[in-house]
Design a protein around this ligand. Structure first.
Ligand SMILES: [Zn+2]
Length: 288
């Protein structure tokens, strides 16, 4: 994801129709209640999403690959996030995909949205971004944080450490935190620019480190979590000769299994092995 695009995309949200904006905010707040978020930010949004019924898939598909997708498959609501991205952005991706699920997908109409970039000139992208901002940083919680944790520190005295504290509390990226503060009119353009410069000089991970904040937000987790059904799809796709053996092996690596170890009743061992390179699209073929 290009940071610049991301900022522009979120910045445009202020042009959204007010009543639609309120409706989306309400849906996001209801989702927080459903997930029992009592603190400022989610403890673990991936687990929370799973608990409220989404099938969460995380997979490191590379920094220049897609950000994520939302899909309905056989009645299951699936959300995928690319865990090659730094954790704070991956968290934003999951929140964005939940937004697509709540706002744009339905069993009878649209069942798949793939996100290469959130900056598409598309209303759905703005809405999903707005939903994600409200889900991760609700206005009331942000104002409470400033009141109770920053002790109403005067804005003119704010520095990168204050942003790093907000980041740690809400599990957001430095950029997203700044944008949200600006959209809520808590900081003005001048302060936004100054705080942004500070990050360029110090880097977000240094700022987080200095306040003993959550430094993991600036690293990619490379986390892999796939529901059991994915293996079933992969195996059936392999048996149908839709994917090469290498793709099958890639999926099996997560459970430390070798293709040779699979029960002969499950896989078609007579299939000729080829050397085609695996790709994530191969793994998920058949899910479309
Ligand atoms: Zn999207």
């Amino acid at each position: 994801m290009h940071i610049k695009n991301f900022i522009i995309a979120l910045g445009r949200l202020i042009w959204m129709n007010k009543s639609r904006q309120r409706a989306i905010e309400k849906i996001a707040l209801n989702m927080r209640d459903k997930c029992n978020v009592i603190s400022y930010g989610f403890q673990n949004i991936f687990e929370s999403a799973q608990k409220v019924g989404y099938r969460v898939i995380r997979y490191p598909v590379g920094k220049d690959s897609l950000l994520g997708f939302a899909m309905i498959k056989d009645g299951d609501r699936i959300i995928f996030s690319n865990s090659s991205l730094i954790l704070s952005r991956e968290i934003f991706t999951i929140a964005h995909e939940i937004g697509h699920q709540k706002l744009h997908l339905s069993e009878t109409d649209k069942i798949f949205i793939k996100d290469i970039d959130f900056d598409e000139k598309n209303e759905f992208e703005y809405e999903a971004n707005y939903f994600a901002s409200c889900l991760l940083m609700p206005e009331e919680k942000v104002r409470n944080f400033i009141k109770f944790e920053l002790n109403e520190k005067h804005r003119s005295l704010w520095n990168g450490f204050d942003i790093a504290r907000l980041q740690t509390a809400f599990s957001t990226s430095y950029e997203m935190t700044l944008i949200r503060l600006k959209v809520l009119e808590i900081i003005d353009g001048e302060l936004f620019d100054r705080l942004k410069m500070e990050k360029i000089e110090q880097s977000a991970s240094k700022l987080l480190h200095r306040i003993s904040g959550n430094v993991d937000l600036c690293k990619s987790s490379e986390f892999k979590s796939l529901p059991a059904e994915v293996f079933e799809w992969v195996i059936s796709n392999y048996n149908e000769r839709l994917i090469p053996v290498k793709s099958l092996q890639t999926a099996l690596n997560y459970v430390d299994l070798r293709v040779e170890e699979l029960d002969k009743a499950i896989i078609n061992v007579d299939q000729e092995k080829d050397d085609e390179s695996e790709s994530f699209d191969d793994l998920l073929r058949g899910m479309d």
